[in-house]
Write a protein that binds this ligand. Structure first.
Ligand SMILES: [Zn+2]
Length: 432
């Protein structure tokens, strides 16, 4: 049995540690650099420093709307504590620490916003989930443009789908961070209640709407409050502006309930698992009608503004993503039992480009077919287990290396699938 350590999370102490590591000089230097930087120079940077500090402190001291955002009743005081700790640890005043925190947050969201306005992405990631005889499982294949290949590298066609070698399971000790309220967010694969994010593939919308400024809260830890996937989805909808990421994800719990979340900066679409007991997502493709329509409208706006057409290279990427989505549907419905065997078959699929899930692009393949699978993994939320395969740069593709298995201890009370949908006496249920 692996050793489990449960460490209480104390926001003030974490702030102190952060402040000590940073130091007063560095904190001030970073604040000044952010205010001079390209994103904030014309706005926050143009304000007087006392004016900025006054405004930031006013924001910090205004409690959020707890009626609309009940979980912030727990999170907001913790943010205050963390900032007080930061001030103490770095030997700064509270306004200095608050301004530092605020300009870092603003710089971060501005950077994300501007970085994804126009450029297409080279990745082709895919994710899949099954509720079957081996448990509730799901995983993803992560693709990217690889580093340059060695001079003498020659491309070899991969097999139709790859064979498997599996290593002995690793049972690492667990250090679990327990918040003052709510559940342990990360207990191996999922949270303490067996709710897990099984895959997340990036999905940018060209010319997306600006990211909402939600400081001092920022992102809300959904797994701290979600006792099952229904609650997770309700939280995600409530905090869609706080958790602004641009991704397609699959969330599941040990009962087999699952949802695909389609997310851009300010919008969210949900697709629930149906009687076929499977879900799948791909980068660059939204399937829910509202999100698909939004992405399409933004792509057309992008073409209008740039003077490009649907045959442009960025749009080839978009078409590729839709094609792979349908390929995944086909793979998820193969009669392979929705278990480990099935998910491994999906993740090592080598259909012709652009349908393939496992990507083997290289210097010898067509210019557009250059992406490589860097990571291929799946997780079993029922048994709290991970199966991982990684690319060895220009030597072995993930489908050619043995599978590394990590076995985490199963959280108490969630040991069997017999305990489906446990009664929950959680925070935000009590408040309803
Ligand atoms: Zn492969």
């Amino acid at each position: 049995m692996a050793k489990i350590d449960i460490i209480p999370v104390i926001p003030f102490d974490e702030g102190v540690a952060q402040g000590k590591a940073l130091g007063r000089q560095e904190l001030r230097a970073r604040t000044a650099a952010a205010l001079r930087g390209r994103y904030l120079k014309a706005t926050l940077g143009a304000m007087s420093r006392t004016g900025l500090a006054r405004e930031v402190m006013a924001r910090l001291e205004t409690p959020p709307d707890y009626g609309r955002y009940p979980e912030l009743e727990d999170l907001y005081p913790e943010k205050l504590d963390e900032l007080r700790g930061l001030a103490e640890g770095s030997a700064c005043t509270l306004p200095e620490a608050a301004v530092y925190s605020y300009v870092c947050f603003r710089q971060h969201i501005e950077d994300w916003y501007w970085r994804h306005q126009v450029c297409g992405e080279p990745g082709h990631c895919s994710g899949v989930m099954f509720d079957g005889p081996d448990g509730v499982i799901g995983g993803q294949s992560s693709e990217s443009l690889p580093p340059p290949a060695p001079v003498r590298y020659r491309w070899r066609p991969p097999p139709p789908h790859a064979l498997l070698r599996q290593l002995k399971a690793d049972r690492p000790p667990l250090a679990l961070r327990k918040p003052r309220t709510g559940y342990i967010e990360s207990w191996g694969v999922g949270n303490e209640k067996g709710v897990a994010l099984l895959c997340g593939v990036s999905c940018s919308v060209l010319l997306d709407e600006p990211i909402e400024d939600t400081w001092p809260i920022g992102p809300v830890p959904l797994l701290r409050f979600a006792g099952n996937v229904r609650e997770l989805a309700a939280l995600y909808e409530r905090y869609t502006l706080h958790n602004w990421s641009r991704v397609n994800q699959i969330w599941a719990d040990t009962s087999g309930q699952a949802v695909a979340v389609e997310k851009c900066f300010r919008r969210i679409g949900l697709r629930w698992i149906g009687p076929d007991r499977t879900l799948w997502v791909t980068e660059g493709h939204y399937e829910s009608p509202e999100m698909a329509a939004y992405m399409r409208a933004k792509r057309l706006e992008y073409l209008r503004r740039t003077g490009k057409d649907l045959g442009a290279e960025d749009m080839q990427y978009a078409t590729d993503c839709h094609v792979r989505f349908t390929r995944l549907a086909e793979l998820c419905h193969l009669p392979l039992g929705r278990g480990y065997k099935h998910i491994r078959r999906v993740l090592t699929d080598h259909a012709p480009f652009p349908r393939a899930i496992c990507r083997h692009g290289g210097p010898d393949t067509a210019p557009y077919d250059r992406s490589v699978t860097l990571n291929s993994r799946f997780e079993d939320v029922t048994h709290n287990r991970q199966f991982i395969r990684k690319w060895i740069s220009w030597k072995k593709f993930p489908c050619e290396v043995p599978e590394t298995v990590v076995q985490y201890p199963v959280p108490p009370k969630e040991k069997t699938r017999a305990g489906r949908r446990p009664e929950r006496k959680g925070l935000h249920q009590k408040r309803k």
